[in-house]
Design a protein around this ligand. Sequence first.
Ligand code: ADP
Ligand code: MG
Length: 244
Amino acid sequence: MKEPIINVEHLVKSFGNHEVLKDLHFSISKGEVVCVIGSSGSGKSTLLRCINGLESLTSGTIHFQGESVGRGEKELNKFRANVGMVFQSFNLFNNMTVLQNCMVGTRKVLKLNPKESKERAIKHLKQVGMAPYINAKPAQLSGGQKQRVAIARALTMQPQVLLFDEPTSALDPEMVGEVLQVMKKLASEGLTMVIVTHEMSFAKDVSTRTIFMDEGYIVEDDIPENLFENPKNPRMREFLSRYI
Ligand code: ADP
Ligand code: MG
């Protein structure tokens, strides 16, 4: 077994006295594509936010490439640069062009010079098919295009792992396909990804592992063939039946 990039042990997260994540164990190794499925409120977003340091842990540990991630701001910033995140609502800067959106992180955080930053932005915009739109503002783009720009922006940081929180849930149905296609391409290029999604056929097709969460627990963590074809857990069976 390879050394995991991220290893989470005994993760507990509470908001007040509401325990949202209950003693979770989770790891991801290089090249894995892990889809996380489960009902609304089961803790999927909170898990991603804990993994990339947007939420503090109530208890438990996270190791990144074998090293324990502390809670200091400097350490967390370094960690976050290695763990990218793509959100449901894109979170682009609306007053900036597509190119500017894809340069901010590498300029401000990685301190690349303008030339390197621009070259890197263009490289990743090409990767998602958005290079023709470098001078457009987000308001001029469709939802699918905005999400592809957000993915390119995340890639410019060259993260070790990219986390996606329902990247297609805010899109009109006709735009879901173009974003899933880009994510499929990234998977085939070997990017390590954790994807919270309600797109069951995508999870089945693209994931190397799928995790089913229910009420703060990881109930199943298996290859998609087992999980979708032969779900053992009754809650998982009931959840899947809603998608048929
Ligand atoms: P999912 O992404 O699976 O829909 P979430 O992780 O968003 O689930 O939420 C899990 C539970 O944690 C829900 O009951 C939600 O209300 C609660 N929760 C999430 N974020 C917060 C917060 N910042 N403060 C209080 N409760 C929260
Ligand atoms: Mg969520």
